[in-house]
Design a protein around this ligand. Structure first.
Ligand code: ZN
Length: 299
């Protein structure tokens, strides 16, 4: 299995795998980078294994297909997107890795769209062709559009035979409440320091705090560390220099900088400044230039 740490979650999942009482929809929630997607893939492997092994047997046709998929996906190779066609309209929808009973739906661009959920709907009524059941993973389900969420809700309300949804999201609250209420929730905890150090290969206490224990955030943060350090240097010339650079960052990098500033302010006991920082954040979402918003905030 690929999931690191998370002993409590593993125990719950093992019980599910042994009793085969899988919920129709399971939400795996937890902070970024703690292994939600990996956990979903591990669970799916066990659910679809032809030898009925808790975490998959690694030998049956189903396990081989899913292991191959997980390796490719985690390396960022997603070229085998399946294309779904509706009349003459063709849309990219999901990754299926050649397994007839498995669909993996990641966000397309910055959201998970209704076309993708529509494609999934056609998969739900079919009988499993290889495994004892079918699994649909909706990765980063918090990025579902409102339309997509409502379409999913309808699907979840209809009876599903041998079909199980696994959703991943930072928190239950990030989903439409009606969708969340239909999901059994499994919470993954933030990574403990030693696991974080092992995964990032860096024994850096400060990095652990500033990235909220998320290895993927830590990787981004490390790339833009100089900018962050200049912004928090309290030296007007350095701050000004860093402000010249922030608008050129990607949206994700900007968010990571803001998260780190927030952790920094909290560690300095400046709760009020943290509130003002949340205004900078909402400005960023409205398209306000980060350099301008931060200049007001820092100078
Ligand atoms: Zn197997």
């Amino acid at each position: 299995m690929l999931l690191k740490d998370q002993e409590r979650a593993k125990r719950i999942l093992e019980t599910l795998q042994k009793t085969k009482k899988y919920p129709n929809a399971l939400l795996i929630e937890g902070p970024e980078g703690v292994g939600k997607t990996v956990c979903a893939l591990d669970l799916a492997r066990g659910m679809l294994c032809l030898q009925d092994q808790v975490w998959g047997c690694s030998e049956c046709e189903s396990c081989k297909l899913l292991e191959n998929f997980a390796t490719k996906f985690l390396q960022g190779e997603t070229e085998d997107f399946e294309v779904y066609s509706e009349g003459d309209k063709k849309v990219f929808l999901y990754l299926a890795c050649g397994h007839p009973d498995f669909i993996f739906v990641p966000p397309k661009g910055d959201s998970l769209k209704i076309d993708q959920i529509r494609g999934v709907k056609d998969f739900v009524p079919t009988k499993p062709a290889l495994s004892p059941r079918k699994v649909i993973i909706l990765d980063k389900a918090d990025l579902m559009t409102l339309e997509a969420s409502n379409a999913l809700l309808k699907t979840l309300e209809e009876p599903q035979i041998q079909t199980h949804f696994i959703l991943t999201a930072p928190s239950r609250e990030s989903l439409l409440p009606t969708v969340a209420s239909r999901c059994y929730t499994l919470t993954l905890s933030p990574l403990p320091k030693d696991v974080f150090f092992e995964l990032t290969g860096l024994r850096d206490e400060k990095l652990y705090v500033l990235s909220g224990g998320s290895p993927s955030k830590a990787t981004i943060f490390n790339k833009i560390k100089d900018i962050y350090e200049a912004l928090t240097s309290k030296d007007p010339a350095k701050v000004y220099g860093a402000l010249q650079k922030v608008d050129g960052l990607s949206l994700r990098e900007k968010e990571v900088i803001l998260d780190a500033l927030e952790e920094f302010l909290l560690s300095e006991g400046k709760a009020e400044a943290t509130l003002r920082l949340s205004q900078v954040r909402s400005g960023l979402q409205r398209g306000v230039k980060l350099s301008l918003a931060l200049a007001n905030f820092l100078l």
